[in-house]
Design a protein around this ligand. Structure first.
Ligand code: NAD
Ligand code: DAU
Length: 361
């Protein structure tokens, strides 16, 4: 039975990935989820897995060398899938240090622990061991708004935000381990994900949460920035396919040619909520385009992201399955059906975060 060490599995993509893997492999695999449970980590995302014999949660920080080494010493890990990171660009603009600490130092710590556990005395690596580093298309910087230029695996790195710079640093460390030690790894660089369990600091769940409460919908700048949206299950499937079918030491971009301007997303969320909410739901009257408020732009706001997924399609056979029109409906349905989840994550510190981020904007 293959044993996976998943870092950041209590976050948005990590928890969706763990669900995806158990749906696909059921009792053929074992997963150890290592997460520090920061504001973004939530064990509620995984509560249906409690009691599963082939699932273990360990609360640990990826920068804690001893804790991570102990996990490798006590378990024969076959696969590492490394999600754990600080992930929100706006937070990185306010407080960059924690991004460097978690994303760069934490990745170095994961690489060192895996290398020490997997290396043979002659410097080669034990058969079948693999590390997958989950990264972002933001490392490539910003594309012109021309509808025809794309991020390829060969596009030079040009990160702009402290978040993307820290992710670029972590990617380069993984590349250095592959080049120097022939450390068995892959890197994936993926576009914007959406779906269930996403923390409502990110655009789509923030819009849903605010619209239902009749709160303003903050649109940065002119609302014409472009992001390339991918349903989170398609990302999970891509990660698994790269790890099992991709070529070791390679980078794969994961994206599905689904570019949207931010203002299109805002209008779509409002229209879909109006369509889905029953007439007698008191929140329906809150949901209106009058809530849209153009606010001061994000500092250094990248204009356009767009992935060229040619390599993953040709070499791995991956293609996204979820059409955006369906994915957005599934996502909104999930938030409507999981209002308690939303209430829990927005109680406490969320309000303080929101006020500090949006006050006076
Ligand atoms: P998230 O913020 O929802 O989750 C991050 C998880 O990591 C949380 O569970 C948190 O508790 C955990 N974590 C943070 N610091 C930790 C530490 N020091 N030790 C252990 N655990 C820690 O993030 P996400 O959106 O799920 O993103 C996951 C990964 O995917 C990140 O590496 C991110 O850069 C990458 N990524 C995200 C997107 C996206 O659209 N969300 C797109 C491409 C790549
Ligand atoms: O491209 C992949 C990246 O996508 C991931 O690496 C990041 O972890 C993830 O957070 C996401 O980054 P973005 O900055 O693109 O996502 P965010 O949801 O923060 O913003 C999406 C777009 O919406 C962006 O152009 C900024 C804009 N925006 C965002 C918020 C939160 C608004 O206009 N208003 C808002 O309130």
């Amino acid at each position: 039975m293959r044993t996976y060490l998943v870092t950041g599995g209590a976050g948005f993509i990590g928890s969706n990935y763990i669900h995806y893997m158990f749906r696909k492999y059921d009792n053929e695999i074992r997963i150890i989820n290592v997460d520090a449970l920061t504001y973004a980590g939530n064990l509620e995302n995984l509560k249906d897995l409690e009691g599963r014999e082939n699932y273990t949660f360990i609360k640990a920080d990826i920068t804690d060398k001893e804790a991570i080494e102990k996990i490798f010493a006590e378990n024969d890990i076959d696969r590492v899938v490394h999600f754990a990171a600080e992930s929100h660009v706006d937070r990185s603009i306010k407080n960059p240090e924690v991004f460097v600490h978690t994303n760069v130092i934490g990745t170095a710590c994961m690489l060192n622990a895996a290398k020490a556990a997997w290396e043979n005395p002659d410097g080669s690596f034990k058969e079948g061991k693999k590390f997958l580093h989950v990264s972002t298309d933001e490392v490539y910087g910003s594309l012109p708004d021309d509808g025809k230029s794309y991020f390829y695996e060969t596009t030079p790195y040009q990160p702009h935000s402290p978040y993307s710079a820290s992710k670029a640093g972590s990617d380069l460390l993984v590349k250095a381990y592959m080049d120097t030690y022939k450390f068995p790894a892959n890197i994936t660089n993926t576009s914007n994900n959406y779906g269930p369990y996403q923390f409502p600091e990110k655009l789509i769940p923030l819009l849903i949460n605010n619209a239902l409460a009749g709160k303003e919908l903050p649109v940065y700048g002119d609302g014409m920035n472009i992001r390339d949206w991918l349903y989170v299950d398609d990302h999970a499937k891509g990660i698994d396919m790269v790890q099992e079918q991709g070529k070791l030491f390679e980078t794969y971009n994961i994206g599905g040619h689904n570019e949207k301007r931010n203002i299109e997303i805002v209008n779509l969320v409002i229209d879909t909520l109006q369509e889905m909410l029953p007439d007698d739901d008191p929140r329906k009257k809150n949901v209106s385009k009058d809530l849209i408020k153009y606010v001061t732009d994000r500092k250094g706001h990248d204009r356009r992201y767009a992935i060229a997924p040619d390599k993953i399609k040709a070499e791995v056979g991956w293609e996204p399955e979820t059409k955006f029109a369906d994915g957005i409906k599934k996502t909104i349905r999930w938030y409507l059906d999981n209002q308690d989840w939303l209430k829990n994550v927005t109680s406490g510190d969320y309000q303080k975060y929101y006020d500090s981020m949006y006050e006076g904007r």
